[in-house]
Ligand binder design. Sequence first.
Ligand code: PNS
Length: 160
Amino acid sequence: MKTSVAIYPGTFDPVTNGHLDLIGRGEMMFDRLIVAVLKNVEKEPLFSLSERVEMLREVTKQWEAVEVDVFDGLLVDYARKRGAGVILRGIRAVSDYEYELQMALMNRKLEPRLETVFMLPGESYSYLSAKLVREIAHLGGPLTGLVPPVVEQRLRSKIT
Ligand code: PNS
C-alpha cells in the first residue's frame, strides 16, 4: 500500500473553522497531512508567522497524522523536499475555481508528479474566509462559529 503524504498549503491568517473542516477531511483521507503555512514577505498579515503556526498547532493537536510546518519559495520544491505527492486545496464556490485551476495547472507544469486534490468544505463554511473574519473582528462583530475559540480570543486581543 502506498503511503500518501499530502500538503495543505495556505496563509491561514488566521485559521478558520472552514480550514479546520478541510483538515479533518484530509486527515481521514491521507496517511500524513502537512499543513504548510506560507512565509509570505509580500503580504502583510494580521498575525505573525509564529502566531499563525501556534494557533494551527493548538487547533489540530487532536490529530496525530497532522503536522504544521512553514515553507517559503515554490510549493512544488517544498512538496518534493517533504516527499509529498498531493496538494490539498479547498473549493468553496465557483468563484474559487479560476484561481485554483490556474495554480493547480501551474504546479502541474512545474512538477507533473504532484497531484492537486480539491475537497469541498462543509456547506455551512462555503461563505467563510479569513479575510471576512479579520474584517468582522476589526468591526467588533460576532465570531462565534467562524473560528475556534482560541483564535477568537487571539483576534479580540490583537484588535482591541
Ligand atoms: O491561502 P492562500 O493564500 O490562498 O494560499 C496560497 C498558496 C500559499 C497556496 C500559494 O500562494 C502558494 O503556493 N505560494 C507558494 C509560491 C508558489 O509556489 N507559487 C506558484 C504557485 S502556482
